[in-house]
Design a protein around this ligand. Structure first.
Ligand code: SF4
Length: 670
C-alpha cells in the first residue's frame, strides 16, 4: 500500500481523527483500523481479502473508510435488508461528512422491486385483475407510481410481499419490452435506478441480485460489476447458500401457471375472438394439475417434502405422460401466438418467450426421462431433486459446489474483493482460525489472505455458557421436557427476556408446548408461525416477560440490544439441516473425493450456524446474559472441542448455582 494511502486511513481512525471528532459515539478500535488497512491493501493490489470480524468490531466503517478515501468505484453486497438500509441511509453519509469527502451512494435492487409503468398501464387498461379485490391495492400502486421518484415497491405500505398483483406491475428480464419497444423506457423506474447506480461511487445491492447477475439470470447490474474497482461482500457466510439456487437449473409448475395466466390475458387483449384462448390455457392448467397430482398421489410423496428424483420408484414412467401433455399444451399456445404474429409488440415478445419456454420444458422432459443419467449441471457435479408443496412442484438440478461457476464469473473482472462476516471460519483444535471450508466453497485458493479480529466485547465478563448436568441425549423422547425444566428457574429469574432457538419445527413445537404448560398469564409466549418474523420480534420487545420460541429463521439477523434479551436457550447443534437431497448428495460427493464429509462439510456448516445463534445474546458492551446449551454431545464427542473453540470465550459451567448468581449480580460473579 502506498504510504500516503496508509497514512490517510490511519489518520481517519486516529484518536483525534475526523471519525472520533465528528461522529457521535464513534469509538476507535485497533482491530477496526487493522481491518481497514487490510481492505486498503486489497484495493491497491486488486487482491482478495477474507475477513472475519466479531460483533462490535465496526465492520462497515472498516471497509467503507478505505473505499471512500481511495475513491474506488465500489459495490457492497449485503444479505439483509436491514444492513442495506443502514449503509444507505446512515453509514456512508456519516463517514463522508466526517471525512469531508464527496461521495455519491445509490441502492440498486432486483428488477422485481420496481414498478413497471408499462405493465401497470396495460393492467389498468385491460381491467383484468389477478383477484377480484385487487383493485383497491392497485389504486394504491397507481397513486404511488404517480408520485414516487424511485418506484420502489417496498415503499408502498400495506401490500403484502407475496400479493399476486406484484408480478403484474413489475417486470422480468424476459417480459420487459426494452429500449426499442417500450414507450416508458425514458421514464422507467428501473432504468433510472440503474442510471443512478452507474453514476454513483458506492452502489449497495443484495446477495440475491448479486448472484442473479453473476449467474446471468438477471442483467440489472451487468454493466456495474466489471467496472467496479472494489467489491465488498458483507454477511459473506450467506453467499454460497444464496448463490447455489442461482446457479441451479430450475423449473416449477408455479412459473408455468404465472406464464399461462399472462399469456391468456395478452392473447385475449390483442387477438380477441380469433382464437379460443381460455380453452388453450385451460389445457396448460390441466397439465400442471396432472403433474402435481402424479407427484403427490401417484408417487405417494409427502406434502412439503424434498426428495432426490432418483430415489422415487418408477419416476420416469410415471411422469412421462403428464409431461407429454404439458408439452402438447404449451406447443398449442406457441402455435397460436405464431398465427397472430405482428399483432402487437407485447404478443410478439410473448411468442418468443413461449418458444423459449417450450425448449426448456422439452429439455426437462429429456432430463426426467432418465434421471439416473443426470450427474452434472454446467459440467459441475449435481443432484436432481424435487420439492412438493400444496401449490407447486419445483424441479431442480443443483450443483454441489459454487466454486467453479463463481470463479469463472469472477475471472472476467479485475476488481479487488473483500468478503467479510462475523462467522466465516471455524477453529482448529489448537484454537487457530480455519477458513478452508469457506474458501473452498467459493473457489478461492488456500493462499488467499485471511484475517480474524475477535469481537471487542468481554464475553468472559458479559456471558456464561451453561450446559446443564444430567440432561438426556438430544434424541431422547423426554428431551424437550427436560430442557424446559432446566431453563425454567432461569426464565423465572430473567422474567422472560429469553429466546429458545430450535433446530427443527418439531423441536420448536415440543418446547413451546412444554412452556405453555408452565407459563401463567405473567409471561408472553411468542412462537414462530403465529405472526411474521418482524411482528413477533416487535411483540417480544414490547411485551413484559416475553419468551420467543423459533426455528432457524431466528438464529440470524436479530439484534436485541440491552436488557431485552438475557437468556438464549439452544436445543442442540444445528446438524438437522443436512437431511435434504442437496446436503445428502454433497456428503457423498465429499466422500468420493476422499474427504471426510463430517469434518470437511457438516461440521464447519453447523459451527457457522451455531455461532450465529450464540451471537444473538451479546450485542453491545452493556449486554449480559446466559447461553443455555442443551446438547451434551459437546462434551461427549471429540469434535466438541472444535465447536467450543469456535465459540466466543464465555465462562463455561455446568453448575446451576453459578449461572443463577451471575444473573443475580454479573459484577460480583465475575
Ligand atoms: S423498460 Fe421494461 S421495466 Fe421499464 S417500463 Fe418498459 S417494460 Fe417496464
Amino acid at each position: 500500500m502506498t504510504p500516503e494511502f496508509e497514512k490517510s486511513i490511519k489518520k481517519a481512525f486516529a484518536e483525534q481523527g475526523p471519525l472520533c471528532k465528528n461522529i457521535e459515539g464513534f469509538k476507535r478500535r485497533e482491530s477496526q483500523l487493522q481491518f481497514a488497512l487490510a481492505v486498503g491493501e486489497a484495493i491497491e493490489n486488486k487482491d482478495v481479502a477474507v475477513v472475519e470480524a466479531g460483533t462490535g468490531t465496526g465492520k462497515t466503517f472498516a471497509y467503507l473508510v478505505p473505499a471512500i478515501l481511495s475513491r474506488s468505484r465500489t459495490i457492497v453486497s449485503t444479505a439483509s435488508k436491514t444492513l442495506q438500509d443502514q449503509l444507505f441511509t446512515k453509514d456512508v453519509g456519516r463517514i463522508c461528512s466526517a471525512l469531508a469527502v464527496d461521495c455519491d451512494v445509490a441502492v440498486l435492487k432486483g428488477r422485481n422491486n420496481y414498478i413497471c409503468k408499462e405493465r401497470l398501464e396495460r393492467l389498468v387498461d385491460r381491467g383484468l385483475f389477478p383477484e377480484p379485490d385487487s383493485y383497491k391495492r392497485l389504486k394504491k400502486i397507481i397513486e404511488f407510481a404517480r408520485q414516487s421518484a424511485t418506484g420502489d415497491k417496498n415503499d408502498i405500505p400495506g401490500i403484502p410481499e407475496k400479493d399476486p398483483l406484484w408480478p403484474w406491475v413489475t417486470s422480468t428480464k424476459d417480459n420487459c419490452l426494452g429500449k426499442s419497444k417500450c414507450p416508458h423506457y425514458e421514464d422507467c423506474f428501473l432504468n433510472h435506478a440503474r442510471a443512478r447506480a452507474r453514476e454513483a461511487d458506492i452502489v449497495i445491492v443484495n446477495h440475491h441480485l448479486f448472484m442473479a447477475d453473476l449467474s446471468l439470470k438477471d442483467d440489472t447490474m451487468a454493466e456495474l460489476l466489471p467496472e467496479a474497482d472494489l467489491v465488498i461482500v458483507d454477511e459473506a457466510h450467506k453467499l454460497p447458500d444464496i448463490g447455489i439456487d442461482y446457479f441451479s437449473d430450475m423449473f416449477s409448475l408455479r412459473e408455468l401457471q404465472d406464464f399461462s395466466e399472462e399469456g391468456r390475458i395478452i392473447g385475449k387483449a390483442h387477438a380477441p375472438g380469433v382464437i379460443r384462448w381460455d380453452d388453450l390455457f385451460l389445457e396448460v392448467k390441466k397439465a400442471v394439475l396432472n403433474i402435481h397430482q402424479t407427484v403427490y398421489r401417484g408417487m405417494a410423496l409427502e406434502m412439503d417434502s424434498e426428495i432426490e428424483i432418483g430415489e422415487i420408484a418408477d419416476f420416469a414412467e410415471k411422469i412421462k405422460e403428464p409431461f407429454e401433455k404439458l408439452v402438447d399444451a404449451v406447443s398449442a399456445i406457441a402455435s397460436a401466438f405464431k398465427t397472430i404474429e405482428g399483432a402487437n409488440e407485447e404478443s410478439d415478445l410473448f411468442a418468443e418467450r413461449c418458444g423459449e419456454l417450450l425448449e426448456r420444458i422439452r429439455a426437462w422432459q429429456l432430463t426426467l426421462a432418465n434421471p439416473g443419467a443426470v450427474k452434472t449441471v454446467g459440467g459441475i457435479p449435481s443432484v436432481l431433486w424435487l420439492r412438493l408443496t400444496e401449490q407447486n412442484v419445483l424441479f431442480s438440478n443443483t450443483p454441489l459446489s459454487l466454486a467453479q461457476p463463481f470463479t469463472k464469473a469472477r475471472a472476467k473482472m479485475k476488481n479487488a474483493w473483500v468478503l467479510t462476516s462475523a462467522t466465516i471460519s471455524t477453529r482448529k483444535e489448537n484454537g487457530e482460525p480455519d477458513f478452508s471450508y469457506f474458501l473452498a466453497e467459493l473457489g478461492f485458493d488456500s493462499q488467499t489472505p485471511t484475517y480474524t479480529w475477535e469481537s471487542p466485547f468481554n464475553f468472559a465478563y458479559q456471558a456464561r455458557f451453561y450446559l446443564p448436568k444430567n440432561l438426556p441425549g438430544v434424541f431422547d423422547e423426554n428431551f424437550a421436557h427436560e430442557l424446559v425444566e432446566s431453563a425454567w428457574p432461569l426464565l423465572q429469574k430473567t422474567q422472560g427476556r429469553a429466546f429458545f432457538l430450535c433446530t427443527s419445527f418439531r423441536s420448536m413445537e415440543a418446547i413451546a408446548d412444554e412452556l405453555r404448560l408452565r407459563m401463567g398469564a405473567n409471561f408472553t409466549l411468542c412462537v414462530q408461525g403465529e405472526a411474521p418474523k418482524s411482528e413477533l420480534l416487535e411483540r417480544f420487545k414490547s411485551s413484559p416477560n416475553a419468551v420467543l420460541v423459533g426455528s432457524m429463521t431466528f438464529w440470524e439477523g436479530v439484534d436485541m440490544k440491552g436488557d431485552a434479551l438475557q437468556l438464549v436457550v439452544i436445543d442442540k447443534m444445528p446438524f438437522a439441516q443436512f437431511d435434504t437431497p442437496v446436503a445428502r448428495a454433497k456428503k457423498e460427493w465429499f466422500a468420493e473425493q476422499g474427504k471426510n464429509p463430517f469434518m470437511s462439510y457438516q461440521l464447519p456448516e453447523m459451527i457457522t450456524t451455531l455461532r450465529q445463534g450464540v451471537g444473538r445474546l451479546i450485542r453491545s458492551e452493556n449486554d449480559f446474559g446466559v447461553i443455555l446449551f442443551g446438547d451434551n454431545r459437546l462434551l461427549e464427542k471429540r469434535y466438541g472441542k472444535i465447536v467450543l473453540e469456535s465459540l466466543p470465550e464465555m465462562i463455561r459451567t455446568q453448575e446451576f448455582a453459578r449461572v443463577y448468581s451471575f444473573l443475580d449480580n454479573p459484577d460480583e460473579a465475575y
